[in-house]
Design a protein around this ligand. Structure first.
Ligand SMILES: Nc1ncnc2c1ncn2[C@@H]1O[C@H](COP(=O)(O)OP(=O)(O)OP(=O)(O)O)[C@@H](O)[C@H]1O
Ligand SMILES: [Mg+2]
Length: 299
């Protein structure tokens, strides 16, 4: 296990939106504050976009963790559903039952539920993650949900979250009614170079690392260059590089190591790694490279 080798108590770069690993640099702090503000100020329709792997779903989990029990939230992450499947899932998420036989019945039951929640001074929040995959039909259904309102307030708040294609989708001329309702849009940017380095050291520290740094300064610079500050790519590259270092018994990792792993992940072209000097650790000069086998050896 590379964890023991580097003095860690758990894997530092897992691919889950584990809240205990949440890192709030400027971009994510601002994103989270915007979402919290949108919910608290009763914005009817909100849209969060960001490139693949920038941390949108992670932010949503952080948001859910900050909401109190007066907010009833439904988190829908499979937007390829048809309208009936969507309503079924919405009801399950909100804990409203039983399932209905037609869309009209669902709408009636939902309206009833929303009015009860309003009377009890509670909010209802619908979050649709991966909303770039919504069909135009489903977007129209969701827009119609936002019509559920009293003269004084929205009965349901809706948050659409997705990759930049979502922006393109809602900017289509036929969706201008939906577009007009979006009260707030926020675009989550990737980490900058400082945030990338902080993110790595914070994750290592949370995984139990107490040493003086596994990744050299130049390695962190290279990591930013090849990942462009995308957290998911940073996780992938760091995990692969730690494994490589363990296999080669290197306590410290440099830019060449980052580049080599990034190349294996298809992130940098071959000519960037071709001339690397591979004599390190217990490897002998000229010894053939066996990294692929070593990488399979487990963490
Ligand atoms: N602020 C953060 N703090 C800690 N980890 C993060 C953060 N942002 C992203 N990550 C890590 O990066 C991974 C990818 O993030 P996430 O799944 O939230 O991205 P996404 O924008 O929802 O991606 P997609 O576009 O594919 O849906 C997460 O599993 C998590 O490990
Ligand atoms: Mg996501």
């Amino acid at each position: 296990m590379y964890t023991e080798y580097y003095g860690l108590v758990r894997l530092p770069f897992e691919m889950t939106p584990d809240p205990s690993f949440l890192y709030l640099g400027e971009a994510h702090r601002e994103g989270l504050a915007t979402l919290v503000y949108a919910v608290n100020s009763g914005k009817g329709f909100v849209m969060l976009t960001g490139e693949v792997g920038t941390g949108k779903t992670t932010l949503l989990h952080a948001l859910l963790g900050q909401l109190d029990s007066t907010t009833n939230s439904a988190f829908i992450f499979n937007p390829r559903l048809d309208p009936m499947g969507f309503f079924r899932m919405l009801f399950e998420e909100l804990g409203v039952g039983p399932a209905c036989g037609t869309k009209a019945e669902y709408l009636l039951a939902l309206n009833q539920y929303l009015i009860e929640k309003l009377a009890a001074n509670e909010r209802v929040l619908l979050i649709v993650d991966e909303a770039q995959n919504l069909s135009t039909e489903m977007l129209e259904e969701i827009r119609l949900l936002s019509n559920l309102e009293t003269p004084r307030s929205k009965l349901i708040q809706i948050m659409l979250v997705g990759q930049p294609e979502l922006q393109v989708l809602v900017d289509q001329p036929e969706l201008r009614q939906l577009r007009q309702r979006i009260a707030l849009r926020h675009h989550l940017r990737p980490f900058d170079e400082v945030e990338s380095a902080e993110y790595v050291s914070e994750r290592l520290a949370k995984a139990g690392y107490t040493g003086r740094g596994i990744f050299k300064k130049k390695a962190l610079k290279e990591l930013y260059r090849v990942s462009e500050g995308i957290p998911r790519l940073i996780n992938n590259i760091c995990d692969g590089t730690l494994l490589l270092g363990y296999a080669r018994q290197q306590t410290s990792l440099g830019p060449d190591d980052i580049r080599e792993v990034a190349h294996d992940l298809g992130l940098v072209p071959k000519d960037e790694v071709e001339n690397r000097d591979t004599t390190r650790g217990d490897e002998k000069p000229g010894k053939p490279r066996r990294r692929r086998r070593l990488l399979r050896f487990g963490r």
